[in-house]
Design a protein around this ligand. Structure first.
Ligand SMILES: [Zn+2]
Length: 239
């Protein structure tokens, strides 16, 4: 099932070594996109709020969506956070526990330079302003490639890690690169998450909260006709 959740990665300009430029949204286009949501009276809530509403009513709230970021990049703090504050919006950031405070090549495409992740202090500052944090596992291992024990560890330990870090419930998880197995879904359910996100690999027609799809906003969505088309397809009722 598709949830009304947008997925971003980096809010920054790509450096020359970058091979996957689609995952970069320039800050000025990100701002245009937030302004579009305000202008069109689309409410932005956290992923946790969205899922709780679904659990209570069986549907998603109208003209409402959540903005999510995967991987916990420093640019989310540096570039996205000031704009979210400016427009009075919240977001949900899926962090990789092992990467916080480090510059690593753990999450970049092969051949790309190491990149800076947000710090524990950044997380605290954003959490104090209402930004929600979710799990993107401990190490960003692809869960279709890990042993059952490793899969469970990645899912269970990262939940405790985020809860310790933010002193609040870690409600949802985003599978690294969107890959999941039945075992990963069961582990997430048993660990006490409310929902788990893929990207495009979930079943669009099913109603399984542990393989929800998001709508990825890519570099090419800097063109507002593309962005608005995606927004219209994602919110309830479809505009
Ligand atoms: Zn990721």
């Amino acid at each position: 099932m598709k949830a009304p959740v947008l997925l971003y990665h980096k809010i920054d300009l790509p450096t020359p070594d970058v091979k996957v430029r689609g995952a970069y949204t320039a800050p000025r286009f990100f701002e245009k996109q937030l302004a579009y949501l305000v202008r069109n009276k689309i409410r932005v809530v956290t992923v946790g709020e969205l899922i709780e509403h679904f659990n209570q009513t069986g549907s998603y709230p109208e003209r409402t969506l959540a903005i999510s970021f995967d991987d916990g990049w420093k640019d989310n703090y540096r570039n996205a956070f000031p704009l979210l504050k400016k427009y009075g919006m919240t977001a949900t950031i899926y962090v990789v526990a092992d990467c916080l405070g480090r510059t690593t090549n753990q999450v970049v495409a092969p051949g790309e330079a190491a990149r800076e992740h947000m710090t524990v202090d950044d997380v605290h500052e954003m959490a104090a302003c209402g930004i929600e944090f979710g799990s993107h596992t401990m190490s960003h291992s692809l869960l279709n490639n890990t042993s059952p024990d490793e899969t469970e560890k990645e899912i269970v330990e990262s939940k405790s890690f985020v809860e310790e870090l933010t002193q609040t419930q870690c409600k949802t998880i985003a599978y690294p690169a969107g890959f999941f197995t039945e075992h990963a879904k069961n582990s997430a359910r048993n660990a006490g998450y409310l929902a788990a996100f893929s990207t495009i690999y979930g079943d669009d027609d099913g109603d399984d909260l542990f393989e929800l799809n998001r709508t990825e906003i890519l570099r090419r969505d800097k063109y507002m006709f593309r962005f608005s088309r995606k927004i219209r397809s994602v919110i309830v009722p479809t505009l």
